[in-house]
Design a protein around this ligand. Sequence first.
Ligand SMILES: *Cc1c(COP(=O)(O)O)cnc(C)c1O
Length: 376
Amino acid sequence: MLPLFHYPRLKEKLAYIPLGDFPTPVEKLERLGKKIGAGGLFSKRDDLSGKFYGGNKVRKLEFLLGQVRRKNAGEVLTFGFAGSNHALAMAIYAKDVGLRSISMLLRQPNAGYVRRNLLMGYYAGAELRHYPDMFSILWGSIFELVRHRFRSGRFPAVIPPGGSSPRGVIGFINAAFELREQVETGQIPEPDRVYVALGTMGTAAGLALGLKAAGLKTQVVPVRVVDRKCADAKSLARLFNKVNMYVSGQDHSFPRIKYSEADTGIRHDYFGEGYALFTRAGREAVALMEECEGIKLEGTYTGKALACLIDDVRKNQHRGQVILFWNTYNSRDLSRVTAGVDYRCLPRDFHRYFEEEIQPLDPDHIKTTERIRRPG
Ligand SMILES: *Cc1c(COP(=O)(O)O)cnc(C)c1O
């Protein structure tokens, strides 16, 4: 049973479909810890949250798709950047539960994972649409909603970017209770700090709320990786409070927690030049993790979050503390599947991602471009 469902009213009321593989393991990062000088460095392996596809979005989808199914919708429409892990997770898991998905995708800087995610989304049967800017994605969404309404007789269920509606965020309240069980059973000492990338904020907000509700002392350290206007202290506090209201409204025994802008502690210095633009510190962090632990991260989210963690440790700010890196990135290998997909089958707008150069993830800029996929 989900740890959160110890609140009996939540179990009764919240629609939920098991999709992933939980609890995800907690593991000591022995070699990385030694390398950077952190004695108590651990990772929460949400990268293994699904047998076929992991990452942080699976937890949200268990509640989001639960609700979609309860409402009997046949299609889901969601949003993201071209390489969106959320849109891909949606495509994969929606298909699993018999729903068609539509991915409304916004232009972004190119990277290897963008190619992989697009090929995989296509393979999973998602309808992929590409838009150059916010204005066109807005009108495009209205158009697609109406078009699908006429085609199938019903509007698709609309899921916000990153799946960070209150329902989606519940997945991360549960994650905090899951962590508490792992602390109680001695799998990990109670962490002092947990580092996590801050995108649509659902992961950080859910964890912050869940950790407090679960009575853990663990502080969330959200590392901003999106534009400031999408993620700041005020909107994080607002999301926290909105989710808290929603959950305690469903079950009155769930605590109401006072939380304000001053509590958020967002780290802004690891963002760099823009969303999905890799930073030197981020690329170095990715390389260190791979070298020490053999775990693959990426440069848009996890690299930047880990860069912040490493910096803090090296500045000796948290000596002797137990530090948890929440790994939010899928680590299941999709290459066998994507190797069989020709990018030219995708809608024309996406071909650029396969024909233009990708950003190097290598910290030394040497081994630059992956070979462009040109089958046949
Ligand atoms: C979506 C995502 C995040 C950010 O999670 P939010 O809940 O959107 O803040 C972090 N890491 C990875 C790999 C992601 O795909």
